[in-house]
Write a protein that binds this ligand. Structure first.
Ligand code: SIN
Length: 349
């Protein structure tokens, strides 16, 4: 009997110790203490939702930003990233941001044009010639003016990021001249200027969410789409399209947005640390975006059953001229033509 009681006590003791170790109650390492970490119990979490894959200019920049925010704030602020529209998609992310359901989103500026019509300027075809011109416009005083237009929505714009120049992909036939676009159902981002761009060549623009493009191309609900090499590669559009034409006819870039109430609730020291992370990420990401598009274009060139055609100068010039009326429509539809004049002073004609 005595042996039985001792055995039972020993077993209970062993079990208690082993559960304690598993739960981290015994021998748990204390957090390394420093002044900045006094408030670990009040850690700030930023939920950041975006719609593309992680191996893209935006996905990589979001990861870099998260890393730098955590580093600059000594772990006080953490950014949790939800890529690939796993939290919100193109259709509901802006509303979620306004309602404070998510603290940050990074939509393309094209998708913001129904709220901020003056941002349509960035969608004008053949406005930019080089990535450097895009950098100068988006990170300088013009970019700042554009971000200020978010004020009525109680959203703060932290800055703009770049992806790259857009090209066309198609399934039935290659696009050598603008005439080849006639009658095609082409997916665009929701932007009046982008829609007018395709109407100008007698195609039918179909605005749909990025997360649905692959399926709609696969089912032939749409024939073609415009995008950067990095998005075409990372989303596998080359698997459901047969042709790509290097047109470089427009740019695709992003606005990095944060809920204003949330922003205003942050101590000014943390705001400064986040802005420093943003600046460092932006400088880094403009270079990375160019490299990533180059690499992804090379990978696309290696795909079987996927032909890449480069428009020659004459075809490109004809396409550009055909799209000129889009500028007139733009000028007639927005309040602020001054932004276009300012951009035209920076870009070469
Ligand atoms: C993105 O890069 O965020 C998506 C672009 C698109 O909708 O085509």
């Amino acid at each position: 009997m005595k042996k039985f009681i001792i055995g039972t006590i020993a077993t209970v003791l062993l079990l208690t110790i082993s559960i304690g170790i598993q739960q981290g109650l015994l021998f748990a390492k204390p957090f390394p203490y420093d002044d900045e970490q006094k408030g670990l119990d009040t850690q700030i979490i930023i939920h950041l939702s975006h719609v593309v894959a992680e191996n893209t200019p935006k996905g990589q920049a979001a990861n870099k930003f998260a890393e730098l925010v955590e580093k600059n704030t000594n772990g006080k602020v953490k950014v949790h990233i939800y890529p690939n529209a796993s939290m919100y998609n193109d259709e509901n992310e802006f509303q979620a941001l306004q309602n404070g359901k998510v603290e940050m989103i990074i939509p393309t500026f094209s998708k913001m044009t129904s709220f901020v019509p003056n941002w349509q300027v960035l969608d004008l075809p053949y406005l930019f010639n080089t990535d450097d011109e895009v950098h100068e416009v988006l990170t300088g005083s013009i970019g700042e003016q554009l971000l200020n237009e978010l004020k009525p929505f109680h959203i703060k714009g932290l800055g703009f990021w770049h992806n790259g120049f857009k090209h066309l992909t198609s399934v039935d036939h290659p696009i050598h001249t603008f005439e080849d676009l006639k009658g095609l159902r082409i997916r665009t981002m929701p932007s009046k200027t982008l829609e007018k761009q395709f109407e100008a060549v007698e195609a039918t623009p179909i605005p749909i969410s990025f997360s649905e493009v692959f399926t709609d191309l696969e089912s032939h609900a749409i024939d073609a789409q415009e995008n950067t090499a990095s998005n075409i590669y990372s989303k596998g559009f080359y698997k459901v399209q047969k042709h790509m034409t290097l047109t470089k006819h427009g740019i695709l870039g992003y606005a990095v947005l944060i809920n204003e109430n949330f922003w205003n609730s942050l101590p000014s020291k943390i705001q400064k640390q986040i802005m420093a992370a943003m600046k460092e990420t932006t400088d880094w990401q403009f270079e990375q975006a160019v490299l990533m598009n180059e690499t992804d274009l090379q990978k696309l060139e290696q795909q079987d059953n996927f032909e890449i055609y480069s428009m020659n100068n004459e075809e490109r010039q004809r396409f550009k001229e055909k799209l000129t009326p889009v500028y007139d429509l733009y000028r007639a539809s927005v309040q602020n033509n001054q932004i276009l004049s300012e951009i035209e002073k920076i870009v070469s004609p």
